[in-house]
Design a protein around this ligand. Structure first.
Ligand SMILES: *Cc1c(COP(=O)(O)O)cnc(C)c1O
Length: 452
């Protein structure tokens, strides 16, 4: 018989601490493996903390999203949002599945080219595109999504210089009933700017207006908002056709679908409250089919979904450094990962599971990271089994925006591994080293030496 784990008895002062709205424990079973690979073996081989990506989960999530849309509408194309996770191995899984690339900077654009994405399957978004970057995109026949009038005039100039007719779309922002409105990107629908941009593009004769784009927000919980967005883009497309004799080939609805994470301050876990990808597909495709286009003129539907396609596939493994009692009596557990690598802990209540057997004792606790900074809080209040130094944990659904927004602050960024569909692990990004970090620094001569 296996020896049970000993937990010393403790008397605790009653303490409200920060309110835990659920009030009950959430973890009943340890999570000892990911896709059949033991957590303790992963940490033994690659260190702690460690990001782990499940290739199987990426493919399943992607295929499920494609199915949800393609079974309801005949022309659908996904484009992988690079900024959500641009580790090349991750991007390549999406490209193998048939996804184009959606990039928001020249740096991401070159990354997509480097990954082998054909130029005409790269969507170039974002407010900053230099002349050089735009020329590259024009010469590659990429889909350039215009953000502001300055960029529109810049493109007209460049098309003269290159003697080419770039393929462009405009990004449109609009009131979809979700506030605050993301009206800082693109041209506004309600005040007529979007229509004015369309008129200017067509009148110039220098650009091919191929599509209309919007990205109405992120972690959207309303399927109606997308239906409104389709209606407004469709209205512009119809007017372009009837008034300007210009056929719009695609409507790009952007991203914004939620993952099953729980937002900070939410009463119920995300897995119980967010609409499914099928519900979003239903709302979007119904609205598309009602626009009034004949079946041979239906626009291609492009989706740039980011977090909904990768969050579930990402895990962060970590270890407990220490425990202490705060001055008000609350238990505090210090982990070896913090907001430096788990940026999304600023807006999610991440689910965290112990990775080994535990006793029945649980307590409301604060989870801190290792940074010498007061902001380094992973969970403000979470009811977990007691964790001891050296115990390991698994943080769930961290695939989106952590491996791009992580910061090299106080600590270096850890290894990232991918578990393939056969259960083999591959190192896909090495942990940083001091040499790597210092390689960009330069030392002026007069600062070379000192004596203390
Ligand atoms: C960030 C971004 C996306 C992806 O957004 P998600 O909310 O992660 O789905 C898609 N399109 C554009 C233009 C973006 O900026």
């Amino acid at each position: 018989m296996q020896k049970l784990k000993y937990e010393s008895p403790a008397i605790q002062k009653m303490n409200a601490g920060l309110m835990n709205k659920y009030g009950s424990r959430t973890e009943y079973e340890p999570v000892k493996q990911i896709d059949g690979v033991a957590v303790k073996d992963l940490i033994a081989q690659y260190g702690s903390p460690l990001f782990v990506i499940s290739e199987r989960t990426i493919r399943r999530t992607y295929q499920n999203a494609v199915r949800a849309f393609k079974t309801r509408y005949p022309k659908v194309q996904f484009a992988w949002s690079y900024k959500t996770n641009y580790i090349n191995a991750v991007c390549k899984v999406f490209h193998q599945e048939g996804s184009w690339a959606e990039v928001v900077s020249g740096f991401e654009y070159r990354k997509a080219l480097g990954n082998g994405v054909p130029g005409n399957k790269i969507i170039f978004n974002g407010p900053e595109k230099t002349n050089e970057e735009l020329k590259l995109a024009i010469n590659n026949d990429s889909l350039i999504h215009i953000d502001h009038f300055e960029e529109l005039y810049q493109l007209i100039d460049l098309s003269d210089e290159l003697g080419k007719k770039p393929r462009v779309a405009i990004r449109v922002n609009m009131d979809t009933g979700i506030y605050p409105m993301w009206d800082r990107f693109g041209f506004n629908y309600e005040n007529g700017q979007a229509w004015s941009a369309i008129q200017k593009i067509v009148a110039s004769g220098k650009l091919q207006l191929t599509g209309l784009h919007c990205h109405i927000g992120t972690f959207m919980l309303s399927t109606d908002a997308y239906a409104i967005a389709v209606k407004k883009l469709g209205d512009l497309a119809m007017n372009a056709k009837t008034q300007l004799n210009t056929q719009i080939q695609y409507l790009d609805l952007g991203g914004g679908l939620p993952s099953a994470n729980t937002l900070r301050g939410a009463y119920l876990p995300g897995s119980d409250t967010i609409p499914s990808v099928d519900e979003f597909a239903e709302a979007i495709t119904n609205a598309l089919l009602q626009l009034g286009f004949s079946s041979n003129e239906l626009p291609l539907l492009i989706l740039e979904s980011g977090r909904a396609l990768i969050d579930d596939a990402g895990y962060l493994l970590g270890s407990v450094l220490a425990n202490k009692r705060l001055s008000d009596g609350r238990r505090a557990t210090i982990m070896d990962f913090g907001v430096n690598i788990l940026f999304t802990s600023f807006w999610y209540e991440h689910k965290i599971s112990p990775a080994q057997d535990f006793t029945h004792h649980t307590e409301d606790m604060v989870l801190y990271g290792p940074l010498c900074m007061n902001i380094d809080v992973v969970r403000q209040s979470v009811n977990l089994p007691l964790l001891n130094r050296g115990d390991q944990v698994v943080v769930h659904k961290v695939g989106a925006y952590n491996m791009t927004q992580w910061m090299q602050f106080i600590q270096m960024r850890p290894n990232v591994v991918m578990i393939d569909e056969k259960g083999n692990t591959h190192l896909i990004r090495e942990a940083e080293t001091l040499e790597y970090i210092e390689q960009m620094e330069k030392m002026p001569d007069h600062l070379q030496h000192f004596s203390l």
